[in-house]
Every structure is written in structure tokens, then in C-alpha cells.
Design a protein around this ligand. Structure first.
Ligand code: ZN
Length: 268
């Protein structure tokens, strides 16, 4: 009898474990969580959720991060901090300039296939040093090493002449950062069948974002909309909400919310 009681309690505890037992939320619930978390952060009252010992212990048996965030390695842009999230909430892939390498793609595919994440955000940030180096680079002149040259060249190839020109007057490189985010996502969509399949069959939503170092705000755009060249339009229909223009947190009074529901065939 005592053994049965202990077993029952053990099973209940496992089922109730916030990290191990539950499935990740839908993409749009995850998106709302990111929005509200970033609002708490930039308004200066973060809650630092999901960091208590009990939650930490529950995650020892599994994880279901609700969002994959691809971002820069910059020390000023840790996704868990700027989205006010805790242990087990975000699956982060961080490389300088948020470039989409083979290893980055594999990491994303792992999170989709094995952890169930259904929202993917590629996020750049203002004043990104990697983008700045690409803007300032000169063909034939090394950036200091072969590895740095590969990184800088990859980012430079993502930039338009307009963004390079605009860098002279905008030291945050905002246009270039956004172009680099879009190019990274486009590379992912072109190279990963797992990602394409998850979008069309499993409800994966992808989006883009830029973070302001000064304000702490994250602006999202094209959440739920694919960049051109990703997937043949006739094969892509996502009956989900679509955010079609740059948003979100327009001012401090704006309350984050899910966008209005509508069906959208993604085409470019
Ligand atoms: Zn950066």
C-alpha cells in the first residue's frame, strides 16, 4: 500500500512537472509570450519567470521550448533576458551576425523535430558589429583571419548597396541588419526540408525581428510570412494568423496581442 502511494505520488509529480510533461504552446501563444515578455523587460519590470529550483529540477527530464530564437552572439542581446523568459523556454542559436551556417540549421532542425518548438524568430540587433564589419569591408583586404573573412563575406553578400550607403549616416546599420535577418531566414528556408515541412504540415511559424540596444524593444515583422525564394507559393498555405507589416509594441501603451486571425496563402 505504501509502495503504491509513493508510486502514485511519483507519477503525479512527473505529470505535473512544468518542463517535462507538457507540450509546447502553439506558435501564436508563443509569439504573445515573447511580446509580453519583451514589454516587461523594456519597461523595466521583468519577472524572471521559470527560474525557481522546482522548475529547474522538472526540466531535468525533458524540455519543450516554445520558441527557437536565432540571434547574434553579442553580449548585449541574450534572448532569455530581453524576452524575460526562463529555463526551458527558448531554444537559442547564437552566432555573430546571426548567420545561417550548417550547424545553425542543424540546431534549428533538432529543436523542431525533437523538442516540438513551433515558433522560430530570426533576430538581429541595431549596431551589430558583424554587420558593421561587413559594411566597412573592402574586397581583397583581410579582416584578420580566414574565419573572420568567411563570416564577413557571408554577411556582406546579404547586404544591398543601399544598406551599405545608408551606414554612413546610420551607425546602427538598421537597414543592413534587417536585410541580413531576412537573408538568414531565406537561407534556412532554402536549405532545410525539415523547416519547410514543419511550416506546411506542423504549424511552424517563422518571423523576423530587430532589437534596439538603447530602448530594449524588439520589433517584429513578417511573422507568419515567408521571404521570397523559400518555398514555391503553390505549396504553401498556412491557415493561421499573419502579421503582414512591421509591428509590434508601437508605444509603451500598446498592449501586445495576437494578430487578427485570417487565412493566408504565402506567396512572393
Ligand atoms: Zn551582432
Amino acid at each position: 500500500m505504501k509502495l503504491c502511494l509513493i508510486l502514485a505520488l511519483s507519477l503525479w509529480a512527473h505529470a505535473a512537472a512544468p518542463g517535462a510533461a507538457k507540450s509546447p504552446p502553439s506558435a501564436w501563444d508563443a509569439f504573445s509570450t515573447l511580446q509580453t515578455g519583451n514589454m516587461r523587460f523594456y519597461e523595466g519590470h521583468p519577472e524572471h519567470p521559470n527560474q525557481e529550483p522546482a522548475h529547474r529540477e522538472s526540466l531535468a527530464t525533458g524540455q519543450h521550448p516554445h520558441t527557437i530564437v536565432v540571434s547574434c552572439s553579442d553580449s548585449r542581446v541574450p534572448p532569455e533576458t530581453i524576452f524575460d523568459q526562463g529555463l526551458g523556454d527558448l531554444f537559442t542559436v547564437r552566432l555573430a551576425g546571426n548567420v545561417m551556417t550548417t550547424e545553425a540549421i542543424a540546431s534549428i532542425e533538432y529543436a523542431i523535430e525533437h523538442l516540438g518548438s513551433r515558433l522560430l524568430i530570426v533576430m538581429g540587433h541595431e549596431s551589430c558589429g558583424a554587420v558593421g564589419a561587413a559594411v566597412a569591408s573592402t574586397p581583397g583586404v583581410s579582416n584578420g583571419s580566414e574565419s573572420l573573412d568567411v563570416l564577413v563575406r557571408q554577411i556582406r553578400d546579404n547586404l544591398s548597396s543601399a544598406s551599405v550607403t545608408s551606414a554612413a549616416s546610420d551607425k546602427t546599420f538598421r537597414l543592413g541588419v534587417k536585410e541580413n535577418v531576412t537573408a538568414s531566414l531565406k537561407t534556412l528556408l532554402q536549405k532545410s526540408e525539415i523547416v519547410r515541412s514543419a511550416i506546411t504540415k506542423s504549424g511552424l511559424v517563422v518571423g523576423q525581428a530587430i532589437y534596439s540596444l538603447k530602448s530594449g524593444r524588439v520589433e517584429f515583422w513578417d511573422v507568419g510570412r515567408l521571404v521570397d525564394g523559400g518555398i514555391p507559393p503553390e505549396k504553401v498555405t498556412i491557415k493561421e494568423q499573419v502579421v503582414s507589416e512591421e509591428i509590434i509594441l508601437a508605444d509603451k501603451q500598446a498592449k501586445p496581442k495576437k494578430p487578427a486571425a485570417r487565412s493566408k496563402t504565402l506567396a512572393h
